[in-house]
Design a protein around this ligand. Structure first.
Ligand code: M6R
Length: 616
């Protein structure tokens, strides 16, 4: 939830920290702060409630001394409101030490009481300050930041990434992690730490992911990683696969607009190298072995938010193709309900960030219970793939806008590739059926580009509807999760009450919501690919139209049956029934974005949200 960056080296650290925080701001934007050991040997800090721009404006007015070592933080508030006092860094050892934290320290009250009883004082309501004061106490006792860290981490319960520096050790930043992300950037005469590689991709492409319960020390010329007992651990370096420019707006009005425009590439890149001579190959699953895939008798997909809706879409395809029962669950519900898990259960987690705490904990839980776990993830070096038996990466590129768009279509694509692979391994589809589905999938990027051509007419619709107070979304079969996703997008971006329903459920209750002028988006199944469902959904449209609803139909090009009953039709290209969601979701994403923009809202950073939810 919070963004963390650390730096030691030759650059002016303030510029590196503020640049890193800018790229990490999607993780939280309630407050921001930096701590720097300046060239005068003193620790200097600045922190402000509000977006990073509030801090940078403040630093323009009242500059702080710059130096070669620093840490920076952008916060999503958990304990204590978004105030200047609660902003990080927090101080210890009489202001000589600064600490930043991402996560939740569950036993902070007990620690705080212990420290208060010893005469220490606190200036914030945060859990994090307890770690800072404790670290200060241990530093005073040991005179060594790494040793002090070791003592502190064994006292903490919960999830944390901590970074700290001390003015008596001017060329050192120390970090530790448990269940929260931390990545090292390897430079030449400089080294970096970040919540993810976006923090330092401008300076280096060489990165190392830090494992669970490890401590890292960086100096300008060295990086040391140990476990919490001080034993040195081997680390694996990886190369960051994208450029700093990929995480910049590049002339678009928002990151979200840019990311929607990248959806054809997100799908194409996720397919790239995984379809060879018309056949699906997923080398990442080799290590797991085909016998695991033939042995399983059930699949459970776990995810949250948009990723869970991608999972729902995937479940229709995987079950239909591979003939294995597939169930989709929200990660936080799954973990706490004592689910039946056996070695024949395959758990597939889906997470753009790879850091969603609910999903991470659910994956760990499933593996401890004996299930196998595959991760579908978009972020290299993230924790969830590392905690899984295998990972199938989506190649959507960095997604910065809080509202997930290109990751959604890439996740569905990865699940479809997996479904076709599984169907082949289990002999559930013949060669011709596999080839037909592969051809449908590889045709999607070009069709997506065509959907994007209708962006302006959707934007116009959104502008006309900018006073709307509630919107309903209906869909059936794979159109149902698309309806749910359309509603989620509108809620999170435009703060409008929006509900998605299965169209078949309409007469079981939701139709009571229909009154004159109520806007209803309907995701219409293909009249060619799903004639039976198409007829039923057209009947639903007539039922709501008869009660005064304003119908906006997302329908296949040339669907003449819908025209007489819809107020607006947004056409999408023809595609097989299972492939329509990849196209039908785009108008709904654009609609939500444009409506939010028409209301003057921040499309990339909606209120109260953070891109990656790293606390439960
Ligand atoms: O990083 P993840 O894919 O695990 O994130 C899951 C959800 O938090 C995320 O999809 C969220 O619902 C988005 N804000 C939706 O746009």
């Amino acid at each position: 939830m919070c963004g963390i960056v650390g730096y030691v080296g030759r650059e002016r650290s303030l510029e590196v920290l503020l640049g890193g925080l800018k790229r990490l701001e999607y993780r939280g934007y309630d407050s921001a702060g930096v701590a720097i050991i300046a060239d005068d040997g003193q620790l200097h800090t600045a922190k402000r409630a509000g977006r990073l721009s509030v801090l940078t404006d403040e630093l323009q007015r009242h500059p702080i001394s710059n130096g070669r070592t620093g840490i920076g933080h952008t916060r999503w508030a958990t304990h204590g409101g978004p105030t200047d006092h609660n902003a990080h860094p927090h101080l210890g050892d009489d202001g000589k030490l600064a600490l930043i934290h991402n996560g939740i320290i569950e036993n902070f009250s007990a620690l705080k009481e212990e420290l208060l009883a010893e005469g220490y004082t606190f200036t914030s309501e945060t859990d994090s300050e307890a770690a800072a004061v404790l670290l200060g106490r241990e530093y005073a006792a040991t005179g060594d930041l790494v040793e002090a860290f070791r003592r502190v981490v064994t006292r903490l319960e919960g999830a944390f990434t901590l970074l700290a520096l001390h003015q008596d050790q001017p060329d050192v930043v120390v970090g530790a992690r448990r269940n929260s992300p931390l990545v090292i950037g390897l430079g030449d005469g400089e080294n970096f730490l970040g919540s993810d590689v976006a923090a330092f991709v401008e300076y280096t492409k060489r990165a190392v992911a830090i494992g669970q319960d490890q401590i890292v020390t960086i100096t300008p010329d060295a990086v040391t990683v140990t476990d919490f007992d001080g034993n040195v651990v081997e680390v694996d370096e990886f190369e960051i696969a994208w450029d700093a420019s990929a995480s910049e707006k590049g002339g678009w009005s928002s990151f979200m607009a840019k990311e929607i425009s990248e959806e054809p590439d997100a799908v194409a890149n996720t397919i790239l190298g995984r379809v060879v001579d018309g056949k699906v190959v997923i080398p990442e699953l080799d290590e797991l072995g085909d016998e695991v895939l033939t042995d399983i008798n059930r699949i459970v997909i776990i995810a949250c938010g948009t990723a869970a809706y991608a999972g729902m879409v995937g479940s229709y395809a995987i079950e239909q193709w591979a003939r294995v029962p597939v169930q989709v669950e929200l990660s936080h519900e799954f973990r706490y309900r004592d689910p039946v898990l056996t070695p024949q259960t395959l758990v597939i987690s889906i997470s753009q960030s790879g850091e969603t705490m609910d999903t991470l904990m659910a994956v760990k839980y499933a593996r401890e219970a004996g299930a196998r776990a595959i991760s579908v993830c978009n972020t290299q070096g993230a924790t969830i793939p590392r905690e899984s038996d295998a990972a199938v990466y989506t190649h959507a590129g960095p997604e910065v806008a809080v509202a997930s768009t290109k990751a959604f279509v890439a996740q569905i694509t990865a699940l479809y590739l997996f479904g076709l692979h599984l169907a082949r391994v289990r002999g559930a589809l013949d060669e011709a059926q596999l080839a037909a589905n592969v051809a449908e999938l590889t045709a999607i990027p070009e069709k997506l580009a065509r959907v994007l051509e209708s962006s302006e007419s959707i934007a116009q619709l959104a502008r006309w509807m900018s006073d709307t107070r509630a919107v309903l979304f209906l869909g059936r079969h794979v159109g149902y999760p698309i309806a749910l996703e359309g509603a989620l997008k509108l809620k999170e971006l435009a703060y409008i009450h929006a509900e998605g329903f299965a169209a078949g459920e309409l007469k079981h209750g939701p139709i009571a919501l229909i009154e004159a002028g109520q806007p209803v988006f309907v995701v219409v199944p293909s009249p060619i690919g799903s004639p039976e469902l198409h007829k039923k959904v057209v009947s639903n449209i007539q039922e709501i139209r008869a009660r005064g609803a304003r119908v906006i139909a997302i329908a296949e090009q040339g669907d003449a049956a819908v025209l007489p009953f819809a107020d607006e039709v947004v056409p999408i290209p023809l595609a097989g029934p299972l492939f329509e969601p990849l196209l039908g979701v785009i108008p709904l994403q654009i609609f939500a974005m444009e409506l939010a923009a028409a209301k003057g809202l921040d499309v990339d950073q909606p209120r109260n949200l953070a891109k990656s939810v790293t606390v439960e």
